[in-house]
Design a protein around this ligand. Sequence first.
Ligand code: DQA
Length: 149
Amino acid sequence: MPKANKKILVIHGPNLNLLGRREVSVYGKVNLEAINKQLKKLAAELGVALEIRQSNHEGQIVDLIGASFKKYSAILINPAAYTHTSVAIRDAVAAVSIPTVEVHLSNIYSREEFRHTSLISGVARGQICGFGIESYLLGLRAAVALIKQ
Ligand code: DQA
């Protein structure tokens, strides 16, 4: 297995700690632990290291992104509800200029209208949504591809 010298910061936003119990008809039965386990497995296969964080607090997410400067080669983020509201998280992503991939479990464009706008996507390198846990795994592959570019 290749030595992981590139590190990716994975950020799970608010309420994602409740996955598995939360709106199962939308998000499925998979919990955050299972997502993280699969992410770690794929990261090992792709030869990158992960730092994984979950926070329900906007300011904490802003701090995490702000502190990522020069520490991480890419960011994989599911900003959850803050996707649709947070200028502060958008500005933090723009400030650090680390390639960022935005992911969502659900297809935000087939849901309520207020979810159709992402304030993050304009500063992310790309967005993947609608594939459940696969959104995260595809997102990780995209982040690794960006690092290798
Ligand atoms: C979500 C979609 C958001 O609209 C919602 O607020 C979430 C989860 C997703 O992964 O599908 O909390 O980001």
